[in-house]
Ligand binder design. Structure first.
Ligand code: NAI
Length: 495
């Protein structure tokens, strides 16, 4: 059978392999899971459809999953986030560019949205599965929920007997999803129903994807068990916060090289990502203003020493605006036209609907100048005395992945150790509809990993940082009502 894949340039594989080798050194969690489970092969028989930024760190995750026995097909979960050299190295694997032996990857930097949804379908379309469902995917590893969405929408439309025509209100992207599903259902009318029936579970990486999963579960529409990896403490309190603290300034620097010190930076949202963003900008000497809708997070920001204001009241003060909310319509076109000349606008929330790019493009007389890929100057009133412009990064999509290379390896080792453990849990202990049958712990609901596994992920990263952990004595443990080996905190503890 031919080895299918679609990437930018397979000749980049050596550069990718060098980076992967260095990343492995910085990813002790994943490498230790390879040592612990390599022999037992707990993912033997798992056929994982992965949709997550195709970076160097993700390459180490993919090769951990295959080292544990899984077969994998991979796409990126964002059109700008692929590192082409990492994709090439993963495809080549232990082979050569002429005879690749790695994993089928469908991802390249700068995909169109049409191409993006094509890649999403490819990871769920396994050779031979139409004739033999046993050959189809049986696990999903998702970031933002697009692979899960495709399966759920496909099943919904197959049950309804037709994929509906797009309506006036449907976004451009939703129309593309309908197109993909219409073509696939025409070719194979039970494709998505059959695929969903084979899926034992999904592990979801991020806040936004998790929100979608809980919404499906609440409506009783979730078709397979899900593990919310994001809310492992060793994920959201590390990747979202310390990861963004590193990769946000990296993206701003690579895009603009503007000095952040002394500037006014406005951070919309003070959740985990916003906290990391604000800290990074303050660390560079910027004066940071936070916007929030949640009184608790607003109070936290104030106690952390930030001014908290509404966006509208600081539009003419900010030099840098960053959205981190996971919500929509945070910075609108009418806001952008009021900003200072050369203000920088970027987003690190998962989807591109935080910044009103369509509205910006529709401002009368606006022109768009490409400074370089993923850096655009939008000029208002060009040629008049009132001419001024703003700089928008990554067209409103995740700038830390579009303008830089995303979070560094060490923090992703925490996130991806959770992903790997979640895949093992779901693959080996999934249930049918309801949990509770012997050995089957996961029904069609959304779960977080047990705290003892969360603590294990943290433990795997201590030695590399020279951390000396204090051990509870038996007496201390019984005083606190704990086991010496953990877990050390109650479920309601917030860290
Ligand atoms: P979170 O829920 O902890 O924080 C979001 C915050 O935004 C909340 O405190 C909320 O009250 C606030 N908010 C919501 N609407 C707002 C509005 N209109 N104005 C001001 N504040 C508003 O979520 P988290 O974990 O911080 O994630 C945020 C987004 O970042 C999600 O889309 C997530 O998927 C994404 N993410 C991106 C990463 C990256 O590498 N760029 C890494 C991890 C998460």
């Amino acid at each position: 059978m031919t080895f299918e894949y679609k990437i930018a340039d397979i000749s980049l594989h050596e550069a990718g392999r060098h980076q992967i080798r260095l990343a492995e050194h910085e990813m002790p969690g994943l490498m230790s899971l390879r040592r612990e489970f390599g022999e037992a092969q707990p993912l033997k028989g798992a056929r994982i459809a992965g949709s997550l930024h195709m970076t160097v760190q993700t390459a180490v995750l993919i090769e951990t999953l295959t080292a544990l026995g899984a077969e994998v097909r991979w796409a990126s979960c964002n059109i700008f986030s692929t590192q082409d050299e990492a994709a090439a190295a993963v495809v080549v694997g232990t082979g050569t560019p002429e005879d690749p032996q790695g994993v089928p990857v469908f991802a390249w930097k700068n995909e169109s949205l049409e191409e993006y949804w094509w890649t999403a379908e490819q990871i769920l379309t396994w050779p031979g599965a139409a004739e033999n469902p046993e050959l189809g995917p049986n696990m999903i590893l998702d970031d933002g929920g697009d692979a899960t969405l495709l399966v759920h929408k496909g099943v919904e439309f197959e049950a309804a007997g037709a994929v509906p025509a797009a309506t006036e209100e449907d976004s451009h992207e939703y129309r593309l999803i309908l197109d993909v599903l219409r073509a696939s259902v025409a070719a194979d009318p039970q494709k998505w129903t059959r695929t969903a029936a084979g899926i034992k579970g999904v592990s979801e990486e991020t806040t936004t994807g998790v929100l979608r999963l809980y919404q499906l579960a609440e409506q009783g529409k979730l078709l397979f068990p899900a593990i919310n990896v994001n809310d492992s403490v060793t994920k959201s309190k590390f990747d979202n916060k310390y990861g963004i603290r590193h990769s946000l300034p990296d993206g701003i620097n690579r895009a603009t090289d503007v000095l952040m010190g002394g500037k006014v930076a406005v951070v919309c949202g003070y959740g985990d990502v916003g906290k990391g963003a604000a800290e990074a900008l303050r660390g560079q000497g910027a004066r940071v203003i936070v916007t929030e809708i949640d009184p608790i997070c607003a109070l936290q920001a104030a106690m952390d020493g930030y001014q908290v204001a509404t966006l509208q009241s600081v539009l003419d003060q900010g030099d840098i605006f960053i959205t981190t909310t996971g919500g929509k319509d945070i910075i609108m076109a009418a806001d952008m036209v009021r900003m200072k000349n050369k203000a920088i606008v970027g987003n690190v929330g998962h989807f591109d609907n935080e910044i009103d790019m369509a509205g910006l493009a529709a401002v009368p007389g606006v022109t768009k100048v490409e400074i370089k890929p993923q850096v655009h100057e939008w000029v208002f009133d060009a040629g008049t005395d009132a001419e001024r412009s703003i700089i928008v990064l990554s067209e409103g999509r995740l700038l830390n992945l579009g303008n830089a290379t995303g979070h560094p390896s060490f923090v992703m080792s925490n996130s991806f150790a959770n992903q790997t453990i979640a895949q093992i849990e779901l693959f080996t202990k999934h249930g049918q509809q309801a949990a509770g049958a012997e050995g089957l712990e996961y029904g069609n609901e959304v779960y977080v990993l047990p705290k003892i596994l969360d603590e294990k992920v943290a433990r795997l990263h201590l030695d590399a940082l020279g951390v000396e952990l204090t051990e509870l004595t038996k007496d201390q443990a019984s005083y606190l009502g704990l086991d010496v080996a953990g877990p050390y905190k109650a479920e309601h503890y917030r860290y």
